[in-house]
Write a protein that binds this ligand. Sequence first.
Ligand SMILES: [Zn+2]
Ligand SMILES: [Zn+2]
Length: 162
Amino acid sequence: MPITLEGSCRCGAVRFALDSHTPHPYQRCYCSICRKTAGGGGYAINIMGTAASLEVTGRTAVYRAGLRADDGACETSSGRRHFCPACASALWMADPSWPDLVHPFASAIDTPLPVPPASTHLMLLYKPAWVVPQIAAGDAVFDEYPGESIEDWHRARGLWVD
Ligand SMILES: [Zn+2]
Ligand SMILES: [Zn+2]
């Protein structure tokens, strides 16, 4: 059984839940979209769940980022970043190009998440100089996207939740 993740915004106007086979918050994205919308420390952590299981209480607003080649970008311009219009908490990203998946920000999840055995740092090409990634032994680093998907990462480590 997948784990059910419950999440909310800071003010409580939006609550959501979804099922996840891939709950480890291992992926730190330093792209400009993640950093500016959800990552005051320089990065945001995206996890992944199944779109069909997503239940939402309250109304979200959606931001669709324009992609700028000289400035870094996450995902694609078709990605829809849902946030709370009252308190601005970043909640999840959904992309019609991948209709079966939803990517909540770990920061919005209230269910205790498993501690990942290592982290993957991605889109490092786009971080500003003042962001000094905390790279631990065993971490993976990428200038842009890693080749390994979130599903592959979990399966390769025996961490996929059936
Ligand atoms: Zn809110
Ligand atoms: Zn990003």
